[in-house]
Ligand binder design. Structure first.
Ligand SMILES: Cc1cc2nc3c(=O)[nH]c(=O)nc-3n(C[C@H](O)[C@H](O)[C@H](O)COP(=O)(O)O)c2cc1C
Length: 271
């Protein structure tokens, strides 16, 4: 996910030396076993800093093709040691990070501190994470010491990207598989209070991505019955007020469309 320019000359690292299937990606270097153990400890130290800085919790980022997903993915993880190979070994990195973060929480937190885990349920690459792999991972995650599972999708009611005959939304299947053992956060193309309420009828917690960038006061406005003033699009004239820098605005436009940021898109792209 990174590159040597951002890393000031250093080669990015991953589970294996496999470049992501993006035109601008660089081939990473496979982490050594010692570096893997150090990285797990580093996640723990990041958790400690979040505790000491006064946050309420952290979310472990096992989604969106970042490092933790790279270990779970049969595309980016081609290791043949304890950290790769069959699905149990590809789960190990994420589970080790959970254990380390929880160890740090019990050592440092003076009050309840939330530990969440985010996943992306599918990859398009072959080989790549398929929904069956994710369901197996969920069977294990539901018994882990985490407080919730966050499912990253571009659309909350999205069906499988790989199995086009499937008609049940992925989130519905995940909910059934969790058997109520963990609360679930869902996200994806939700923007109005009515949409959020409809989603909240089916799931524990609702997250807003694009819409919270356009309307940082979304929750407060809904709480104060001020829905009519909710902003649903970002104009170039709003950028200063929203604290959005031009490169980020270009990135947002690139994700969705040429004019204003399309907060209504319901694409089937993985988020
Ligand atoms: C500009 C942008 C960047 C994103 N980057 C990340 C990211 O780095 N990590 C992540 O977990 N999700 C990322 N996402 C995905 C969002 O967390 C969210 O799952 C997705 O946008 C769908 O929700 P939404 O329709 O409410 O925006 C990004 C989304 C946007 C719009």
């Amino acid at each position: 996910m990174s590159n040597s320019k951002i890393l000031r000359g250093q080669q990015p690292v991953s589970a294996s030396a496999i470049a992501a299937l993006r035109s601008d990606s660089e081939t990473p270097r496979a982490l050594t076993k010692d570096e893997i153990l150090q990285t797990i400890k580093d996640f723990g130290q990041a958790t400690r800093r979040a505790i000491q800085a006064g946050f309420d919790g952290v979310e472990l980022h096992g989604a969106n093709t970042y490092l933790m997903q790279q270990f779970f993915s049969p595309h980016s993880n081609r290791r043949t040691d304890d950290w790769g190979g069959d699905i149990d070994k590809r789960m190990r990195f994420g589970l080790a990070v959970i254990a380390e973060a929880q160890r740090i929480i019990s050592q440092y937190a003076q009050r309840p501190f939330i530990l969440g885990y985010r996943i992306s349920p599918e990859e398009l690459e072959t080989p790549g994470i398929r929904f069956d792999d994710t369901l197996k991972f969920i069977d294990v995650l539901k018994d882990q010491p985490i407080d919730y599972l966050h499912i990253s999708l571009g659309h909350v009611w999205q069906t499988s990207l790989n199995d086009h005959s499937a008609t049940t939304p992925l989130n519905e299947q995940i909910k059934a598989r969790l058997q109520g053992k963990l609360p679930m956060i869902v996200v994806g193309a939700i923007k109005t209070p009515d949409e959020a309420e409809k989603v909240a009828d089916s799931f524990d917690l609702v997250a807003l991505g694009h819409e919270s960038i356009a309307e940082p006061n979304w929750v407060e406005k809904v709480e104060h019955h001020d829905e009519t003033s909710i902003r649903y699009a970002i104009s170039p004239d709003d950028l200063d007020e929203l604290g959005i820098q031009p490169p980020f605005y270009s990135f947002l436009l690139g994700m969705g469309g040429p004019t204003s940021v399309p907060l209504t898109t319901a694409t089937n792209k993985p988020a």
